[in-house]
Design a binder for this molecule. Structure first.
Ligand code: TA6
Length: 284
C-alpha cells in the first residue's frame, strides 16, 4: 500500500536532490521547485502547509512558473490565472549531478500544453540548479512562423522569519504599479511589508531581502528580466486563500523575476528569450 506522500510523489513527478551545497525538491508538475535549503541554513524557498496537489491547481509556494501570461494577462481577462504552464505536466529532460550541484531541466511545448488564448508554437525549457545557491531559469523559443508576445514570471516564495521585520533593497527609484490600489508610483526607500503588498516594479536590478528576524539576507540576482514583482498577501487575503494558512502570511515574501505588462516579450519566428534568477543567502 503506497502512502499518500508516495502517491503524490509519483503522480506529480517529485524529484528530491541532495548535494554538498544543499538540498531541494522539484516536481514535473509545473516544473515547480518547491524546496531549497542551502547547507547550514534554514529553508529559503517557502511552501504552504496547506498546499494542495490537485491536477489543475497551482502548488502554493516554491517557484511557480507563470507563462504565457501573468495574473489575468495584459487585459486581466485570461484564465487560468498566471497561465497554464504551472498547472501542466512538464517533461523532465536531464538531471545533472555534481558533488556540489544538481541541475534539472524540464520541457513544455504546444503539443503538451496550449490554450486558445495562446495559439502559438513555442518550446519552453525550465532549469533549476540546486547548490549553495539556487538558479531557476525559463527559456522560451518561438518555433512557429508567426511572432508572438508572452508574459512570464518565476513567482518565487521566499521564507522569512517575520515579514513585518524585513526590508527589501534594490528597488529605490523604480516605477511600480500598485496592484492593490491600481495606482502608479515610484519607490522612495526600502520596501517594507505593512499591509497587503502587491507591486509590479519596472526594474532589472538585483534585490536584497534583509530578514532581521532570522539574521540573514537573501539576494535575488536577475538576468533577462525587466519586471520585479513583490507580494505579500497580509492577513485578509491569506484568510481568503484556501491553500494558505491564516497565519502563514508572516513567514514569506514573494520576489518574482518577471517580464510582465509593458515588459512582455515579443519573439519573432526562431527567436528565443531566457530569464533567470540566482538566489543566495548570507548571514547579517
Ligand atoms: O504575484 C502577485 C500575484 O499576482 C498576486 O496578485 C496574487 O494573486 C499572487 O500573484 C498569487 O496568485 P495565485 O494565482 O497563485 O493565487
Amino acid at each position: 500500500m503506497e502512502d499518500r506522500s508516495g502517491a503524490r510523489a509519483r503522480a506529480f513527478g517529485e524529484l528530491s536532490v541532495t548535494n554538498t551545497g544543499g538540498r531541494g525538491t522539484v516536481y514535473d508538475y509545473g516544473a515547480q521547485v518547491t524546496a531549497w535549503t542551502p547547507e547550514g541554513e534554514r529553508p529559503v524557498v517557502w511552501l504552504s502547509e496547506q498546499a494542495v496537489f490537485t491536477p489543475g491547481t497551482a502548488i502554493r509556494g516554491g517557484v511557480p512558473i507563470c507563462f504565457p501570461w501573468f495574473g489575468g494577462g495584459p487585459n486581466g481577462d485570461l484564465t487560468p490565472a498566471h497561465g497554464f504552464a504551472r498547472i501542466s505536466p512538464w517533461r523532465r529532460m536531464t538531471v545533472g549531478e555534481a558533488a556540489d550541484a544538481t541541475t534539472v531541466t524540464h520541457h513544455l511545448d504546444m503539443t503538451s500544453a496550449h490554450a486558445p488564448q495562446f495559439p502559438h508554437a513555442y518550446r519552453a525549457r525550465a532549469t533549476a540548479r540546486f547548490s549553495n545557491t539556487l538558479t531557476t531559469s525559463l527559456r522560451v523559443e518561438n518555433t512557429g512562423d508567426q511572432a508572438f508576445t508572452f508574459e512570464a514570471a518565476l513567482h518565487t516564495y521566499l521564507a522569512v522569519g517575520d515579514a513585518t521585520h524585513l526590508s527589501i533593497d534594490g528597488l529605490v527609484g523604480s516605477e511600480y504599479l500598485d496592484q492593490v490600489t491600481g495606482e502608479h508610483a515610484v519607490q522612495l526607500g526600502p520596501v517594507v511589508i505593512d499591509g497587503e503588498v502587491d507591486r509590479v516594479y519596472r526594474s532589472s536590478s538585483p534585490v536584497v531581502v534583509i530578514d532581521r528576524s532570522w539574521g540573514r539576507r537573501i539576494t535575488v540576482v536577475k538576468s533577462g528580466s525587466a519586471s520585479t514583482v513583490v507580494w505579500n498577501p497580509w492577513v485578509d487575503k491569506a484568510k481568503r486563500l484556501s491553500d494558505f494558512g491564516d497565519d502563514e502570511w508572516r513567514g514569506l515574501v514573494c520576489v518574482e523575476t518577471a517580464n510582465v505588462k509593458e515588459d512582455a516579450v515579443t519573439l519573432e519566428p526562431g527567436q528565443a528569450h531566457e530569464m533567470s534568477a540566482v538566489l543566495a543567502v548570507e548571514r547579517l
